[in-house]
Ligand binder design. Structure first.
Ligand SMILES: C[S@@+](CC[C@H](N)C(=O)[O-])C[C@H]1O[C@@H](n2cnc3c(N)ncnc32)[C@H](O)[C@@H]1O
Length: 198
């Protein structure tokens, strides 16, 4: 089943950042991993970037070729993105990128893809979007993570499962565990898989 843009548009229209469970104060681990493995001038595609501050933080950090892709046009319109950041309003499972990037970043999107078909489509889009030698930095709810988010069922994964999903085109470089705290203090266990495109 395809994702519903209206569901996400409503959330971004109705909730402040402080009411979004996934909001974080800084782009911490994402910036650390991208800074180490895809520093400027690498291009970055932030998949399901929503209204996060990552694109602005990357721009401030010297990345000049940053694109945010999201299903929700409302998220992209209200994100307050720097003028240099490109946007793509699309579903990651059905879009065909017309160019390649040095890095693919996804925090908290893959776990919304439940069916094997949608997850395989995600892997195909990632393979098409990342140039050989580029990286994919993927943060998703871990095996002990939440069972639902934003009123939707999620599929939790280990880093090894993420690596297996992408194994036709990517090799696993690193895996990390992270505990995110929602703005109201609840812990959420994430895993991060960092992969290199062959
Ligand atoms: C939990 S939020 C995470 C937002 C952002 N990555 C962050 O860390 O703040 C999930 C985001 O993924 C987007 N999204 C959900 N399904 C998607 C899909 N199939 N394709 C593209 N974006 C999607 C939503 O609109 C939302 O912005």
């Amino acid at each position: 089943m395809g994702a519903d843009p209206a569901h996400w548009d409503d959330i971004y229209r109705e909730r402040s950042d402080a009411e979004l469970s996934w909001s974080r104060d800084d782009s911490g681990l994402s910036l650390e991993l991208l800074g180490r493995l895809a520093p400027p001038p690498a291009s970055v595609l932030d998949v399901g970037g929503g209204r996060s501050g990552l694109a602005a933080a990357l721009t401030a950090g010297g990345w000049t070729d940053v694109t945010v892709l999201d299903l929700s046009a409302v998220a992209l319109e209200t994100a307050g993105l720097p003028a240099s950041v490109a946007t793509i309003s699309a579903d990651v499972t059905t879009c065909l990128p017309d160019r390649r990037f040095g890095a693919w970043h996804d925090r908290a999107v893959l776990h919304f893809l439940l069916s094997p078909e949608d997850r395989r489509a995600y892997a195909r889009t990632a393979a098409a979007a990342v140039e050989p030698g580029g990286v994919a930095v993927i943060g998703t709810f871990g095996p002990d993570g939440p069972e639902r988010c934003s009123g939707l069922e999620v599929r939790r994964s280990s880093a090894a499962e993420v690596a297996a999903l992408l194994s036709d085109d990517f090799d696993l470089l690193e895996a990390h565990d992270e505990v995110h705290h929602t703005p109201w203090g609840d812990p959420q266990r994430f895993v991060w898989a960092v992969l290199r495109r062959r």
